[in-house]
Design a protein around this ligand. Structure first.
Ligand SMILES: C[S@@+](CC[C@H](N)C(=O)[O-])C[C@H]1O[C@@H](n2cnc3c(N)ncnc32)[C@H](O)[C@@H]1O
Length: 350
C-alpha cells in the first residue's frame, strides 16, 4: 500500500500523469492536516458521539464537550476525508469510520490512532536525528501515560491478525509451554492458547509495559494459562530447553543486529529440541529494490525505527541467518497481512 495523491476526476488524473500536479504541496499541505484531524477526532470521541445516530454540529459538540464552531470545521474536514457523511445539517459515520474507529468495533483501530500522539511527538526529532545520527530511543524516554497508550495501541493492531497467527504458527505436537517475548497485551498468546488447549504461555515484558498490559490480559479470562512475567529478555535467565514455542513479535525492529543475534541465541537455548522459534515482523521483502511494490510502508517504518530505536526493518534473509547461526533449522517464511510475516525455525532434536 502506498500513501499518495489520489485524483478525483479524469482531468486531475491526466494532470497527475502528465506531471502538472504539485504533489509535495498536496502530500504535505494536506497530509499533515489529514493525519492530525483524524487523531484529534478519535481522541475527542467525535466518532463515538455519532455511533448510534446522525447529529448536528451543536449536538456533537455538546456530547464531546468541545467548541461548536471549531468542531464544525473538524466535522467538515472529516466529510472531505471520507470518514463522515453530511446530510443537510446532520453528520453521520461512513461504514469505513464505523468499521475501523469505533471503540467497540471488532477490528477497531481506535486505540492505535490515539497512541499516534506518542509517535507524533517522536517524529518531531527526525531533523536532529538526520543531522546528528542520534536516535531518540522510545522505550527509554516514554512517560507512564505513553506506555499505557502504547500497550493499548499495539493490542488493537495485534487484534487484526491474531486469529490468523494462531492458525498458522507452527506448534510441535504435545506442546505445553510457550514464551511470548515482548508480548505486551498477550493477544497472540491468548489466541494461540485458545487454539491449542494444552498450551500455556508466559508473556515476558518490561515492567513499564506489564503495568498497563496486565489489565488487558485479565479481561481475556485465561487465568493461569496465560500469565505475565516482568523481565528483560536481554539480561534475564531464560533457562535451557524450557519452551516448546517461543514467539518474538514486533520486537527485533527495536534492536540492532548484534542485539538481535544475542536475542536469538538466548531464546534458541531456552527452546526444547523439536520446538519452534517464531519471529513475526513487518519485513522488507526486497531490500535491494526499494521501489518495488509492497515496500512503500516498510520504507517509511525503516526510517521510523532508525529514529526511535536505532534499529531497522529487517528482511527474511537477515532474520533467518540469526536463527541458523543459533543452530536452528529455518522454514519458509509465511505472509500474514501485507508485509507482516512469520519466519519460523525449529531446534533440531539431538
Ligand atoms: C512493538 S511492541 C510489540 C508487542 C507485541 N509483541 C505485538 O506484536 O503486538 C514491543 C514490546 O517489546 C517490549 N520490549 C522491549 N524491549 C524489551 C526487552 N528487553 N525485554 C522484554 N520486552 C521488551 C516492549 O515493552 C513492548 O511491549
Amino acid at each position: 500500500m502506498k500513501i499518495g495523491v489520489i485524483p478525483e476526476n479524469v482531468f486531475e488524473w491526466l494532470a497527475l500523469v502528465l506531471g502538472y500536479v504539485p504533489t509535495p504541496l498536496i502530500e504535505i499541505g494536506g497530509g499533515i492536516i489529514f493525519v492530525r484531524a483524524l487523531m484529534v477526532a478519535t481522541k475527542l470521541n467525535l466518532f463515538e458521539a455519532l455511533a448510534s445516530e446522525s447529529l448536528s454540529t451543536q449536538e456533537v459538540a455538546a456530547r464531546c464537550a468541545t467548541d461548536p464552531e471549531a468542531t464544525q470545521k473538524l466535522l467538515n474536514a472529516l466529510v472531505t476525508m471520507g470518514y463522515l457523511y453530511k446530510n443537510g445539517e446532520l453528520y453521520a459515520l461512513t461504514p469505513f469510520a464505523r468499521k475501523w474507529l469505533l471503540k467497540e468495533a471488532p477490528y477497531s483501530l481506535h486505540d492505535f490512532v490515539v497512541y499516534e500522539f506518542v509517535d507524533w511527538e517522536l517524529v518531531t526529532h527526525m531533523e536532529d536525528f538526520i543531522r546528528t545520527g542520534k536516535p531518540v530511543l522510545m522505550h527509554e524516554q516514554m512517560s507512564s501515560d505513553d506506555w499505557k497508550l502504547y500497550q493499548y495501541g499495539m493490542r488493537s493492531i495485534a487484534n487484526l491478525v491474531a486469529p490468523k497467527v494462531a492458525k498458522r504458527i507452527p506448534v510441535p505436537r504435545g506442546a505445553r509451554n510457550m514464551l511470548d517475548v515482548g508480548g505486551s497485551h498477550g493477544c497472540y498468546s491468548v489466541e494461540i492458547c485458545r487454539h491449542y488447549r494444552n498450551l500455556n504461555a508466559v508473556i515476558l515484558d518490561l515492567p513499564e509495559a506489564v503495568e498497563f498490559a496486565a489489565p488487558l490480559l485479565v479481561k481475556e479470562g485465561m487465568g493461569d494459562r496465560v500469565i505475565h512475567k516482568v523481565g528483560n529478555v536481554l539480561t534475564d535467565d531464560l533457562g535451557t530447553s524450557v519452551y516448546d514455542l517461543i514467539l518474538i513479535s514486533n520486537l527485533v525492529h527495536h534492536f540492532d543486529e548484534a542485539t538481535n543475534r544475542k536475542l536469538v541465541q538466548r531464546t534458541a537455548q531456552a527452546l526444547k529440541p523439536g520446538g519452534y522459534l517464531v519471529i513475526q515482523e513487518y519485513v522488507m521483502t526486497n531490500p535491494y529494490s526499494l521501489n518495488k511494490s509492497g515496500q512503500a510502508l516498510v520504507g517509511l517504518w525503516n526510517l521510523f525505527y532508525a529514529l526511535t530505536s536505532d534499529s531497522s526493518i529487517w528482511n527474511f534473509q537477515e532474520i533467518a541467518s540469526w536463527q541458523q547461526e543459533a543452530g536452528l533449522i529455518t522454514k519458509k517464511p509465511i505472509s500474514l497481512l501485507h508485509n507482516c510475516m512469520q519466519q519460523s525455525a525449529m531446534k533440531p532434536s539431538k
